[in-house]
Design a binder for this molecule. Structure first.
Ligand code: ADP
Length: 539
């Protein structure tokens, strides 16, 4: 300490202690099979403290990884605080990955213990024989511990009931590991990212800023994005820091459950990937729900189509696009139009909102061409997006693939895009999804957005498939809205005035659904695989 200011570390512990002090009576609700459980921040803090004692009693050492295999519930929230605040590392496992991938991840992270929802016990039991480092399982749910082959297994509520309520949280260095997540591993094995307390605290501040999601005490925040995916975009931390009412959607919520929770609890902020928001729109087509309480709906994880923004605008609900990755904690940029754009027509502003946004404070971005040169911010020059900042990954956890992901101190995202003169990032593709046609690149994201602007289209994905003459050409895979019909010719006629001629898909196929990844993004690799034997129609 140099004496200028106090050397107080930035710890997640502070957030939950503060919430208990200042917002003790504010509520946290959680959907269960019996309805909705409800308690206060005072309860959250008390139970997070008890959890710290439980981990001690079970012999989990400081720095050891504590796995969670769980949906978005109040118990998972307790783990979000109790584990890092007690000096252990919260490791959220993606329940939707393939069993081999989950086993790889647990073994690679060497999780010492796993907390599992009652509802997910059968799934974990199948994996358990493969898990080499796990010494105990703790099952979370209401009622008695179900019969299980997991050994040794404890009931979360029993352990908590017997634990002291005193605050067990030690003083920690802010660089202490707080949490970790693995990327979904679309290529090769998943890679681990470890977040420090400092990184998550700074990320929380940035997220709450008015020009990010503007989270505040009066909000009712419902994290729909899974808590096993990229820290639920940090919402549990942000909501707790500012003392908002929180709503957790519980085990496997349907779009109807989500709409019902929004309506009943007057949710003001909820966040999800575009697929989830499309699900909400589809639910609304079946029956009306009152979603008028929503004031900000962060959306990201894949490009947010303009048509999606427009459909929510029509309902008076503002969808705010954000860009990020597991490697960036995850938020790095948020897209709001600027005050200089205030007079622009809505349509033009929507084009700005359809971009991936401007970097948050302390996040730096640059676009680098294939020859390694930094590109100008002109909205046209394309290259790989590189980022750096205090909540950007510095290296993958015990992974020799790390070196290849960094360029002179910057993290290489694998995303391709541009940055315009106002600093708005626009992602045109992931490097592996770019369509290379005759030496030029076609942006699958832009084509998809244009196709989804067709009123009869529910969802679209464009993939590049090998082509004798052009190397690759675009194939459009389209899902129509229920009850609609559309021909290839009609869709191409719609696209013709809207995209460059050489971008027009060479063929259109209509599908019942698009394959999705574990976190609800279109699984393009799987789609390309499905069309491996596809032949282009003769011209
Ligand atoms: P994965 O998609 O591999 O499961 P992540 O959830 O970490 O892992 O996803 C990060 C990727 O998601 C980014 O690299 C980017 O390609 C994509 N992405 C995230 N937000 C957006 C967005 N707003 N627009 C377009 N792509 C996005």
């Amino acid at each position: 300490m140099n004496g200028l200011m106090m050397d107080e570390p930035l710890l997640l512990t502070h957030l939950v202690r503060r919430a208990a002090r200042l917002f003790w009576e504010k509520r946290i609700l959680s959907r269960t099979q019996f309805g909705v459980t409800e308690y206060t921040y005072a309860d959250l803090y008390r139970r997070a403290c008890q959890l710290g004692h439980v981990l001690e009693r079970l012999g989990i050492k400081a720095g050891e990884r504590v796995g969670t295999f769980a949906w978005n519930t109040f118990r998972h929230l307790e783990l979000y605080f109790g584990v890092p605040a007690s000096g252990r590392v919260l490791h959220t496992l993606n329940i939707r990955l393939f069993p081999e991938q989950i086993a790889y991840i647990v073994n690679h992270a060497e999780d010492a213990i796993i907390f599992v929802d009652y509802a997910l016990i059968p799934q974990l039991e199948k994996l358990a024989p493969e898990l080499r480092s796990v010494r105990a399982y703790v099952a979370m749910g209401d009622g008695p511990l179900p019969e299980t082959s997991l050994k040794p297994a404890y009931a979360y509520e029993d352990l908590l009931r017997e634990a002291p309520t005193s605050d067990p949280f030690p003083a920690l260095d802010e660089q202490t590991a707080a949490a970790m997540c693995y990327t979904s591993g679309t290529t090769g094995n998943p890679k681990g990212v470890v977040y420090s307390h400092r990184a998550l605290v700074l990320h929380t501040f940035a997220q709450c800023m008015a020009d990010a999601f503007g989270l505040r005490e009066s909000d009712v925040i419902m994290p729909v994005v899974p808590m096993f995916h990229a820290n639920a975009w940090g919402l549990p931390y942000g909501a707790t820091m500012i003392g908002a009412t929180q709503v957790y959607p519980g085990v496997q919520p349907t779009p109807e459950d989500i709409c019902q929770l929004i309506e009943t609890h007057r949710v003001t902020v909820t966040a999800g990937v575009p697929t989830v928001l499309l699900g909400i729109l589809a639910a609304l087509e079946k029956r009306p729900y009152d979603l008028s309480s929503l004031r900000c709906v962060p959306c990201g994880g894949s490009a947010v189509p303009e048509s999606l923004l427009e459909r929510f605008d029509a309902l008076g609900i503002t969808v705010v696009q954000a860009w990020g990755m597991t490697e960036t904690s995850p938020l790095a940029s948020v897209s709001h139009p600027l005050s200089v754009m205030a007079d622009w027509p809505e349509e033009r502003k929507r084009k700005v909102r359809a971009k991936q946004g401007r970097p948050l404070p302390f996040v730096e971005m640059r676009i680098v061409a294939e020859d390694g040169r930094e590109q100008p911010w002109d909205g046209k020059s394309v290259g790989e997006l590189e980022v750096r900042g205090p909540w950007i990954v510095g290296s993958y956890y015990r992974d020799e693939r790390s070196a290849a992901s960094f360029d002179r101190g910057w993290f290489k995202t694998g995303d391709i895009g541009t940055i315009d003169e106002y600093g708005y990032l626009q992602i045109t593709d992931r490097a592996k999804d770019v369509i290379k046609s005759g030496g030029e690149w076609i942006s699958s994201v832009e084509l998809e957005n244009t196709i989804m602007a067709h009123p009869k289209v529910a969802e679209a994905a464009v993939i590049g498939l090998p082509h004798e003459r052009w190397q690759e050409r675009p194939l459009a895979c389209v899902v129509l809205r229920p009850g609609e019909t559309l021909t290839k010719e009609e869709l191409l006629a719609f696209l013709e005035p809207r995209v460059a001629k050489w971008w027009l898909p060479d063929d259109v196929v209509f599908l019942d659904a698009l394959p999705k990844t574990s976190v609800g993004k279109v699984a393009k690799r799987e789609l390309r695989e499905n069309f491996r034997n596809y032949r282009w129609p003769a011209k």
